[in-house]
Design a protein. Structure first.
Length: 315
């Protein structure tokens, strides 16, 4: 029987989707690709395949899950299976450099960024930002890995030579322009089937590592740490969000055959938008969605059901 296959490495993030698939009576099977094998001489099963592999898999002990996933996706695409978020999605998921080049190609502004390998190269790159604050982050990241704010090259030198320096899993550290926002928040735009679903305002006043998923508290959030503010939701869906950047995002996703994504941006004091992250393994905040009565995983489940029904018709 044809079914939906969910490619992932984290059950805590996947259970929200399988719950929705159960509600819609959609048959599915999970492929947890932290390890395994592919017989390239055999054809894959029939069905619809949805890739939810995460760049941060190595933080959960699944170091080579993205590499295995990339091989599986190549195999599926060779046999013309229906794949949502295929090979191009995994390429962008594991490389901020690839993300920025793709965003720039579509006229989307990103912060000034230098990619460096090795401590000497990192320090050399930071001199490009002399006299202004800058941040470091990991090229292959997720969950705000390696995000640090520095106000001087000397401060970075102490960090790089100290015991707390985080070595990126792919060896590439990004040194990036720090965008000063007038208020401590970023905006994350969610897309399903390549179309805008909603925008969520994310409060960053408590630091860098924030995740919309219920299982954690994703995004490389490098906004300023603001002054204390009254208790308020950390994630809040923005009603009626409308901005020309949305059409650019949709065009970029279509060109890269990406159906599901969360894209994060920040505005500076002049209102200029800087986009800094594409999450092809996107998660949603349950409280924010309940308050707005908009549900990302339900929309993904509906999309998967529709695609599965299409495959049944053409079989």
């Amino acid at each position: 029987m044809s079914k939906v296959y969910i490619i992932h490495e984290n059950e805590e993030w996947t259970v929200h989707l399988t719950k929705r698939l159960d509600e819609l009576d959609v048959p599915y099977e999970e492929w947890h690709l932290d390890q395994g094998m592919i017989n390239l001489s055999e054809a894959p099963p029939e069905g619809v395949f949805y890739n939810r592999m995460s760049a941060s898999s190595h933080t959960r002990g699944h170091r080579f899950a993205p590499e295995l996933t990339a091989s599986v996706l190549s195999w599926l695409e060779r046999h013309n299976r229906k794949v949502l978020n295929g090979s191009r999605a995994i390429q962008l998921e594991v490389s901020k450099v690839a993300q920025y080049m793709t965003l720039n190609e579509h006229g989307i502004e990103t912060p000034k960024t230098i990619a460096a390998v090795g401590k000497e190269a990192i320090l050399s790159a930071s001199k490009e930002f002399e006299g202004q604050p800058f941040i470091t982050k990991h090229n292959r990241a997720g969950k705000g890995l390696g995000v640090q704010l520095f106000h001087s090259v000397e401060a970075l030198k102490q960090y790089v030579s100290g015991p707390n320096f985080e070595e990126p899993v792919d060896g590439i550290t990004l040194i990036q322009q720090y965008i000063q926002a007038p208020e401590p928040y970023i905006t994350r735009c969610e897309f399903v089937n390549g179309k805008f679903l909603y925008a969520v305002r994310v409060d960053t006043s408590e630091g860098f590592e924030l995740c919309p998923a219920d299982a954690c508290q994703i995004g490389d959030l490098f906004c300023p740490v603001g002054e204390e503010v009254p208790e308020k939701p950390k994630f809040q869906i923005v009603e009626g969000f409308d901005d020309p950047i949305i059409s650019k995002y949709e065009s970029m996703l279509e060109a890269n055959n990406i159906k599901v994504a969360g894209i994060e941006f920040i505005r500076d004091e002049t209102g200029t938008i800087y986009t800094y992250d594409i999450n092809t393994n996107t998660n949603y905040n349950g409280d924010a969605e309940a308050a707005a009565e908009k549900y990302g995983m339900l929309e993904i489940a509906k999309l998967l059901k529709t695609e599965l029904e299409k495959t049944a018709v053409t079989a």
